[in-house]
Write a protein that binds this ligand. Structure first.
Ligand code: G6P
Length: 443
């Protein structure tokens, strides 16, 4: 069985991930779960509630929490990392500062994503180094955002280590496509019934083929659905119930219209329809505010009630069903299952007409030695043009972080499709830099 460290123990997603791990013990036995966070106080509130829950549900599994790296990272097999550097307070700034200048305010796209990337690189590398020091044979399964920039940083700074970068978005969208297919055919499908071809960068990709494992081409049915409705938001385990996310899923039909040969990732809306996104945004109330008032209060409220009652039998956290891809990944490595999954890996020729050093999101077979990327081939002009622009934004951010270069960061913002000019880029950058001075390296 495996010993797990969850880095980002104070995340509101953590209790759901713990529950999801318990749901999967038959295929992925666990001996220990340790929560790790550098914010002791925040983590303790959730950890104490999880401890009560663990005692009731799985008394044989060692459960503890710590902010001491040596305790957290010694004797483990997997680190599951989902850290949010600067918490929602900084996400709010990432979203609101660009909006002041009429530019998309989003946590992983455009200037907000760049600012968040500059905060996240150091702490993710630090986690990789703790793991290397205390459990050199362990694997880091990293889904900390912004995943593309973080993945490029791990490629540049810690190449060849046991690090796998992955994101939940393809899984979430495939879950919705399975719901759409079920609705259209009257048969029940899950994402596990699909075998897909897909390529792109993280939060920037396209499905080109979806077959069910018994060989049926379901692209025509899915395209037809998306053309009319966007992604299905009625899936049972659909994770984003808020109106703002529903809008994003529905907007997929307009992205689809631009290239009806593929099915797009919803995040493309920020790059392809930035004017509409800005027009629909409230610069005084963004997604960070929604989450602070919603998920944050809800999850910490449940934790407080569990602690007060001393039992988790009456109040329960939502199970992170869609997060089960993390178990798929850990299982694939541990038990050499060769499962086919979408991961963020170095291109190395998989997309033939793209930079070999790009960190691309593509199908891989996963086994005990890590990820083996499948070939994509040449991609068409529209996608190639879009990807190249975004790819070098991400590379410039990582170069700026490594070199402490203001100039490269300014170039990164200027190159972003979401930003209209170099002068607007500079104004946003200067304000983001001031807001992030505790977190960014000195430029
Ligand atoms: C999706 C994305 C994640 C992102 C999350 C934000 O799941 O794939 O990368 O972190 O949405 O959700 P939130 O509810 O915090 O806006």
């Amino acid at each position: 069985s495996s010993a797990i460290c969850i880095a980002g123990g104070g995340s509101t997603y953590t209790p759901g991930i713990v529950l999801m791990l318990l749901d999967n013990l038959d295929r992925f036995p666990i001996s220990r779960i340790t929560l790790y966070d550098n914010n002791e106080e925040r983590q303790a509130k959730l950890a104490k509630a999880c401890a009560i829950m663990m005692k009731e549900k799985a008394p044989d599994i060692v459960f503890n929490w710590t902010s001491d790296p040596q305790t957290a990272f010694t004797g483990i097999d997997f680190v599951m990392a989902h850290i949010r550097v600067g918490l929602y307070e900084m996400r709010e700034k990432d979203e609101k500062i660009p909006l002041k200048y009429g530019v998309v305010g989003q946590e992983t796209c455009g200037p907000g994503g760049i600012a968040y990337g500059m905060r996240s690189i150091g702490p993710v590398i630090e986690i990789a180094d703790y793991m290397e020091k205390y459990s050199p044979n362990a694997w880091l399964l990293n889904y900390s955002n912004p995943a593309s920039i973080v993945a490029e940083a791990t490629r540049r700074l810690r190449p060849g280590k046991h690090i796998i970068n992955i994101c939940d978005m393809p899984v979430a969208l495939e879950t919705m496509m399975a719901a759409a297919l079920s609705e259209r055919t009257g048969k029940t499908y899950t994402r596990k019934d699909f075998e897909v071809r897909y390529y792109g960068l993280n939060h920037f990709g396209w499905w080109t083929d979806i077959h069910t494992k018994d060989g049926k081409d379901v692209m025509p049915i899915l395209k037809d659905y998306i053309k009319e409705n966007g992604f299905a938001t009625n899936a049972k385990d659909f994770q984003h119930k808020d109106a703002s996310w529903k809008e994003t899923y529905q907007k997929a039909k307009d992205i689809y219209a631009l290239d009806p040969t593929t099915i797009p990732s919803t995040y493309l809306k920020y790059y392809l329809f930035p004017d509409e996104v800005v027009a629909h945004s409230n610069p005084a109330y963004t997604r960070a505010n929604e989450v602070m008032e919603g998920r944050e209060k809800e999850v910490f409220g449940i934790a407080e009630r569990i602690i007060a009652k001393g039992t988790a039998k009456e109040d329960t956290f939502a199970v992170g069903v869609h997060a089960s891809f993390i178990v798929d990944l850990a299982c694939a490595i541990r038990y050499n299952t060769k499962e086919r999954m979408l991961l963020i890996v170095e291109n190395n020729g998989a997309i033939a007409n793209l930079d070999d050093t790009a960190m691309v999101e593509i199908p891989c077979l996963v086994g005990s030695s890590g990820a083996e990327a499948l070939t994509v081939g040449k991609i068409p002009s529209f996608q190639l043009g879009l990807i190249n622009e975004q790819l070098y934004v991400e590379k410039l951010v990582v170069e700026a972080w490594i070199e402490g270069s203001y100039g490269k960061l300014w170039q990164a913002l200027t190159l972003s499709k979401t930003v209209p000019s170099a002068s607007v880029a500079k104004k946003i950058l200067d304000e983001l830099m001031e807001a992030n001075k505790e977190y960014w390296p000195t430029l």
